[in-house]
Design a protein around this ligand. Structure first.
Ligand code: 6PG
Length: 463
């Protein structure tokens, strides 16, 4: 029988996604640059092998598919995607569709979509395990193209109370954009957890196992989330090499493939502030400058670090993290709203929170409350929605305590600090930009708006 769908690229994610598709009852034809990999994949597919056709050439792949065809690309973002499209397109019929499931930069997806040939870009989150057992899928492209494969994507996606976590976000690059913002939030969430870990380790002298226990406990409360859960597991794991804590044996330099950085760059283009995400991207970049940090420690001495006994409690840290997390998600959703307007996507903000409730890396209990708040009013900053403003009223004091103590004792906590600054900025009706406007008018006659409402004003320094 002809296959329902094709897939190119049998790396970790492509293999897992293919097995998922086969397991859900679809016939799938697969192709990989190295034919050996393709055959090994089928050979190791066990009872799912019946649903998988291993192909060696593009022609074979195309011949194995039902028409109109749909082919998923799961190859590295950038050049490899363009290469695949360039080789496939001439062999396909005009109505055949290519689906880019990698972490593409949404600008590239927009360009690729502009060719007018059926093309959708889908953001797939959840790592290998998600791809194998149910990822969260954020789609972008022509609605009718999405609709033609939606039954497959929904079947393989994670489910939240039975509802598939696979949603069409809008035209062209909308899906990949939403995935990028997901990753920006992922960076900030991870960074805030790492900062709180640092305060427990260096400020409170706790060992990794004890810290793991704290995360485990937090995972039963408002912070319940995949990232808190795995942080607990990471902290508790033992290094088979040393017998000590695994975490203590990991070099403190974070890698990144770039999607979080794109979010920060795009936020700047959109003038949609996401300071917590920017702080997280910067923190990753600083983390990899190990030599410079070692030099700094030699020159300035290590910070005093240890907090006076009982300055901060574990509960205070938890409350601070709750506040920080809300502020970082609030920033992400404001950015989504700005992009929706800029690119005329009509992004379904409540549906974005919904599609993130299961399967993806940032899945958490709070996302359900976010989807409810956004359903009530998609344009309102989440920090002003009653459920979250209540949390913030209750917890911003703790965030302030944590950031203040961290600053006093030389513990860097840039994402939490930027979350707090965002909060304080957003609760200050009369800010300080009047000084900036005064300066601009002074040196460049840029003019300002007078507090009495008159525009185009100049100060007495103008002469
Ligand atoms: C996901 C993740 C994933 C991401 C990697 C690495 O949603 O499953 O966001 O797509 O690419 O986890 O990201 P970095 O290398 O940038 O940390």
């Amino acid at each position: 029988a002809l296959c329902d769908i094709g897939l190119i690229g049998l790396g970790t994610m492509g293999s897992a996604l293919s097995l998922n598709i086969a397991e859900k009852g679809f016939d799938i034809a697969v192709w990989n640059r190295r034919t050996k990999v393709t055959h090994a994949f089928k050979a190791e597919a066990g009872e799912l092998a019946d649903k998988i056709i291993a192909t060696e050439t593009y022609e074979e792949l195309i011949a194995a598919l039902k028409s109109p065809r749909a082919i998923i690309l799961m190859v590295p973002a950038g050049g490899p995607v363009d290469d695949q499209i360039a080789q496939l397109r001439p062999l396909l019929d005009p109505e055949d569709m290519i689906i880019d499931a990698g972490n593409a930069n949404f600008h590239n997806t927009r360009t690729r979509a502009a060719s007018g040939e059926p093309f959708i870009g889908i953001g797939v989150s959840g790592g290998e395990d998600g791809a194998r057992h149910g990822p969260s899928i954020m789609g972008g492209g022509p609605k009718e193209s999405w609709d033609s494969v939606a039954h497959i994507l929904e079947a393989i996606s994670a489910k939240y109370e039975g509802q598939p976590c696979a949603t069409w976000m809008g035209p062209d690059g909308a899906g990949h954009f939403v995935k990028a913002v997901h990753n920006g939030i992922e960076y900030a969430d991870m960074q805030m957890i790492a900062e709180v870990y640092g305060i427990m380790r260096d400020g409170m002298g706790m060992d990794a196992a004890a810290i793991g226990g704290v995360f485990e406990a937090w995972n039963k409360g408002p912070l319940q989330s995949y990232l808190i859960e795995i942080s607990g597991e990471v902290a508790k794991a033992i290094d088979p090499k040393t017998g000590g804590a695994m975490l203590d044996a990991i070099v403190d330099a974070a890698g990144q493939k770039g999607t979080g950085r794109w979010t920060a760059i795009e936020a700047q283009h959109l003038a949609a502030p996401v300071p917590a995400i920017e702080a997280a991207v910067a923190a990753r970049n600083l983390s990899s400058r190990r030599d410079a940090r070692a030099l700094g420690e030699e020159l300035f001495g290590a910070a005093p670090k240890h907090l006076p006994h009982e300055t901060l409690s574990i509960d205070t840290l938890e409350q601070a993290l709750i506040a920080g997390k809300i502020l970082c998600y609030a920033q992400g959703f404001v950015m989504l709203s700005a992009a929706s307007e800029e690119f005329q996507w009509s992004l379904p903000l409540p549906a974005i929170a919904e599609v993130w409730r299961e399967g993806c890396i940032i899945r958490s209990a709070m996302l359900n409350d976010m989807s409810e708040a956004l359903t009530e009013d998609p344009e309102r900053n989440l920090m002003f929605a009653p459920y979250f403003s209540d949390h913030l009223k209750k917890n911003h004091g703790a965030l302030r305590q944590v950031v203040a103590q961290a600053a006093l004792h030389g513990l860097a906590a840039p994402a939490l600090l930027s979350g707090l600054s965002y909060f304080d900025t957003m609760r200050t009706a009369r800010g300080t930009a009047n000084m900036i406007q005064g300066q601009r008018d002074f040196f460049g006659r840029h003019s300002f708006v007078h507090i009495d409402g008159s525009e185009g004003q100049h100060g007495p320094w103008a002469d």
